[in-house]
Design a protein around this ligand. Structure first.
Ligand code: G3I
Length: 361
């Protein structure tokens, strides 16, 4: 499979018949407003699914590897570096004039067990520096935006809202500041970001999370840490009720006032009722996203919109998958989530047109 994939990617990952006119793409519309449109991508799907490649090439100006840059993927065992899949994504991006978003250097959920063990045992920052050097030097000058820290906020535990994990336990609350400074050494020209979720609803938890993120950004900026941007994942969820539009708008202004750029980095919509007719489900998803996009795309600090996948065929929210089923409550139904712009057969859904109109507004 790898060699077939590499052969395909050597040819740029496309044939001319696959490519749709770029001037009609979602990215072209975004570009008119100085923004980009992108998607998360799965390496094996780029290799194996021509319709997927067509959609990615045809709509996007930016791609984010869904898995291929994560620490447990690039270095599953200490010193065993696995860059082939990521290099193939880079080749695909270069051949098709796509930017690549660097996701992610440090995520509690993708730290390889050997690193977690060693960090807790030694509290040696060299382990972090080595990881950053490995990844950032490999893609120096090729990746402009890096999610240096992914998901550092956790409400309801500590007063400063930092997630309790290996990094915090080993290095204390300044680990984020240190990580940004270390990343800056190896990626002097890149834009360094913090990426997190849960800032959209009027719930106790999300009200808290917005406040905690603002306090973190404030602290980092005061300390002179090289923080250029914030990624707001925007995993919308129909079960969470109405969006907190006014609070989101105010939150974005406060972020902008700290001098950071904002990327909507992982947009999708989780459903909770899979029993309704598809048209009704699609309309609910689109209406919800419309409300969100109207708010965030009115904010000038928002420089780009990335969906966490383009097609329902490949979504982390696929609730037919065994693992994901386990994550859902017993009363919830299972099924194929319809929370991305294309359906599983690459038909454009109302969400697609909602995104189109919102980018064009
Ligand atoms: O591709 C293999 C497949 O060959 C194998 O049969 C299967 C068996 O489990 O695994 C497949 O890989 C899975 C991969 O997703 C497929 O894309 C991995 O096990 C699974 O761990 C991986 O999960 C990813 C997850 O992050 C953990 O890295 C999801 O795709 C990805 O969508 C998710 O992304 C996160 C962001 O990084 C951060 N924000 C939340 C977002 C959603 O959880």
């Amino acid at each position: 499979m790898l060699s077939a994939g590499l052969a395909l990617l050597l040819s740029g990952g496309r044939s001319s018949s696959e490519v749709m006119p770029k001037d009609d793409s979602l990215n072209a519309l975004a570009k008119k407003r100085g923004r980009f449109f992108g998607t998360a991508v799965r390496t094996d799907k780029i290799w194996n699914d021509p319709a997927y490649r067509t959609a990615v090439i045809g709509e996007c100006g930016s791609i984010t590897p869904e898995v291929a840059l994560k620490w447990d993927f690039v270095e599953p065992q200490e010193g065993e570096l696995t860059f082939d899949p990521m290099n193939s994504i880079m080749g695909f991006a270069e051949a098709n004039d796509l930017d690549v978003h660097g996701h992610t250097l440090l995520w509690y959920n993708s730290m390889p067990p050997w690193a977690a063990r060693k960090i807790l045992e030694t509290r040696d920052w060299t382990i972090i520096n080595n990881h950053f050097a490995n990844v950032l030097r490999t893609y120096k000058g090729k990746i402009k935006y890096w999610d240096v820290i992914n998901e550092p906020i956790e409400a309801g535990k500590r007063w400063d809202g930092l997630r309790d994990g290996v990094m915090l336990q080993a290095f204390g609350p300044d680990y984020i500041d240190h990580a940004l400074r270390s990343a800056r050494i190896y990626a002097p020209d890149a834009k360094l970001m913090i990426n997190d979720f849960g800032f959209e609803y009027d719930t106790y938890d999300e009200n808290d999370r917005r406040w905690l993120l603002l306090r973190l950004v404030e602290k980092l900026k005061k300390a002179g840490a090289p923080l250029d941007g914030i990624g707001l994942q925007a995993h919308l969820d129909l079960a969470k009720g109405s969006l907190a539009s006014k609070k989101i708008a105010d939150f974005l202004v406060e972020l902008r006032n700290f001098g950071v750029k904002i990327i909507i980095s992982e947009l999708d919509v989780k459903e909770y009722d899979y029993a309704l007719p598809a048209e009704q489900r699609d309309q609910r998803v689109a209406d919800h996203a419309k409300q969100y996009l109207e708010v965030v795309l009115a904010e000038p600090a928002v420089i780009g919109l990335t969906c966490w996948g383009l097609t329902d065929r490949y979504s982390w929210l696929d609730a037919t998958d065994g693992d994901y089923k386990r994550l859902r409550g017993p009363r919830e139904q299972t099924g194929l989530n319809r929370g991305l712009p294309y359906d599983a057969n690459y038909g454009r859904k109302p969400l697609y047109y909602t995104i189109r109109n919102a980018l064009n507004a």
